[in-house]
Design a protein around this ligand. Structure first.
Ligand code: ES4
Ligand code: ZN
Length: 326
């Protein structure tokens, strides 16, 4: 359609993307062969077919297993380079990418392996693709706060590559309040702050992320709609919510895209935008997330343009850079 063509062609920013969630079955298969790792799948197609989830945890189990094929610097280069090539295809001109250090350090793969791999892909993308990239170091919330603090300290040699600190993994039972000290340290070191909240967890977790962690953005946040006082706060302070429609569908946060509240949140005056989260696992990159909204939620042109302008205004780009795109 004309609207889909417009969405495809407009320059966009992506603010909620896990690099480990861009691992395509083909690359997973090839790296397993390369490192002689036995996968519990008989073919590339069998990997794809296994991507049916009941909730966040059933996805995370496969996502951490998949990440186990990432072993050397070149694997991390290939992973990052493949996603940045997708950005060019999708007219994503700026992306703020989360990576989970603990998913790798827990397996004995250190910062000296994954950061240089990421750096080479990012430098090459800057030069050859014209894509700008910020990195968000994300703590795994199912692990301890001490582990998060250690993870932040171990990143010190690479601080110049990192813009923000985030919080992801199993939300229920791991409230933001568990990470108050870790986030205070990150803030004192000058990092921007984000946290997943209100994906599966209640509005109270969004309040904690705002009041205790002092985040600049909320990742997901779709359950905020259950709390009118929270909605008023998010609107007044224009706290960005990085919403991920296909993710919410695949993890059964919503039963159908036609039930998704992203357009309601937008029309209530909240600063929401569209993101792909873990595109390899959830069945689409950024444009496919927009197309699902066009097909199932009758997204109109005005709303699409507003969602895209929000992707820049909610980014961590300096104001001068934002102005170029707004
Ligand atoms: C994630 Cl969708 C989602 N939620 C929480 N943690 C994550 N890590 C990767 N994808
Ligand atoms: Zn996420």
């Amino acid at each position: 359609s004309e609207l889909k063509q417009l969405i495809q062609q407009l320059p966009k920013a992506e603010l909620h993307l896990h690099i480990e969630g861009t691992l395509e079955p083909e690359l997973m298969w090839r790296l397993a062969k390369k490192h002689d790792i036995a996968l519990p799948f008989s073919s590339v197609e069998a990997i794809q077919e296994a991507y049916q989830f009941n909730n966040l945890q059933s996805f995370l189990d496969l996502y951490y297993q998949g990440a186990d094929v990432l072993r050397d610097e070149d694997d991390f280069f290939e992973l990052m380079w493949a996603y940045l090539c997708q950005c060019q295809q999708q007219n994503i001109v700026h992306t703020e990418i989360m990576f989970d250090p603990q998913t790798h350090t827990e397996r004995g793969i250190g910062y000296n392996v994954f950061m240089p791999g990421f750096a080479k892909a990012i430098e090459k993308a800057k030069a050859e693709l014209g894509v700008s990239v910020y990195l968000i170091l994300s703590f795994l919330r199912h692990l301890s706060e001490d582990s998060a603090i250690q993870t932040l300290q171990e990143a010190k040699p690479f601080y110049s590559m990192i813009t923000a600190v985030g919080l992801d993994s199993s939300e229920l039972g791991n409230p933001p309040s568990k990470f108050t000290r870790a986030f205070a340290q990150a803030a004192s070191q000058g990092f921007k702050l984000v946290a997943h909240a209100g994906e599966e967890g209640p509005p109270e977790y969004v309040w904690e992320a705002i009041n205790l962690l002092k985040v600049d953005r909320i990742d997901h946040g779709v359950r905020s709609i259950e709390d009118p006082i929270l909605m008023a706060y998010l609107k007044e302070h224009q706290v960005p919510l990085t919403v991920c429609p296909l993710s919410n569908l695949k993890l059964c946060v919503v039963d159908d895209i036609s039930q998704h509240n992203i357009v309601d949140l937008l029309n209530d005056g909240l600063r929401v935008m569209v993101n792909s989260d873990d595109p390899s696992y959830f069945g689409g990159y950024l444009n496919e997330n927009f197309f699902a909204l066009v097909d199932k939620l009758s997204l109109n042109k005005e709303d699409a343009v507003k969602l895209i302008s929000n992707s820049f205004s909610a980014s961590f780009l300096p104001d001068k850079q934002k102005q170029i795109w707004l």
